[in-house]
Write a protein that binds this ligand. Structure first.
Ligand SMILES: [Zn+2]
Length: 137
């Protein structure tokens, strides 16, 4: 079995069983703003009291294709930003679509869902699992 490590379980959850993976955002008790990822203090009001909220689906803000990504990342790399308008956060992550069908499958503004998948391979073959996005189904 391949060895795997989960990237940042403090702001990315993969539920056991049927539940879908989700991001964990942090809603400030002081001023009501929401942040992702976790911060030690709210940059807006300096409170350190946060309530965790789950982010499941957002809207595609933009994306790009990188043909020469960093070492350990498969090319071509599809990377984009997804907005969660209700919470007021924008999250960057790798995007998964069917190979060779980027333009057919991605439309700006479309619903995107959080998934879990390998984002890179470390030396020695250990897979790093993290949050990614794919078109919502
Ligand atoms: Zn605040």
């Amino acid at each position: 079995m391949e060895e795997q490590v989960i990237y940042h379980p403090d702001f990315f959850a993969i539920p056991e069983g049927e539940g879908k993976p989700y991001l964990i955002a942090f809603h400030c008790a002081g001023c009501g703003k929401t942040w992702f990822p976790i911060l030690p203090y709210c940059p807006s009001c300096w409170s350190n009291q946060f309530e965790k909220i789950a982010l499941h689906t957002g809207k595609l803000y933009t994306y790009t294709v990188q043909n020469t990504p960093q070492a350990g990342v498969k090319a071509p790399l599809l990377f984009g930003f997804v907005d969660f308008p209700e919470e007021g956060v924008r999250v960057g992550a790798q995007i998964e679509v069917e190979a060779g069908k980027v333009k057919e499958q991605l439309k700006i503004g479309m619903e995107m869902q959080v998934i879990a998948g390998p984002i890179r391979e470390e030396k020695g073959g250990k897979q790093v699992i993290s949050y990614k996005f794919m078109p919502a189904v």
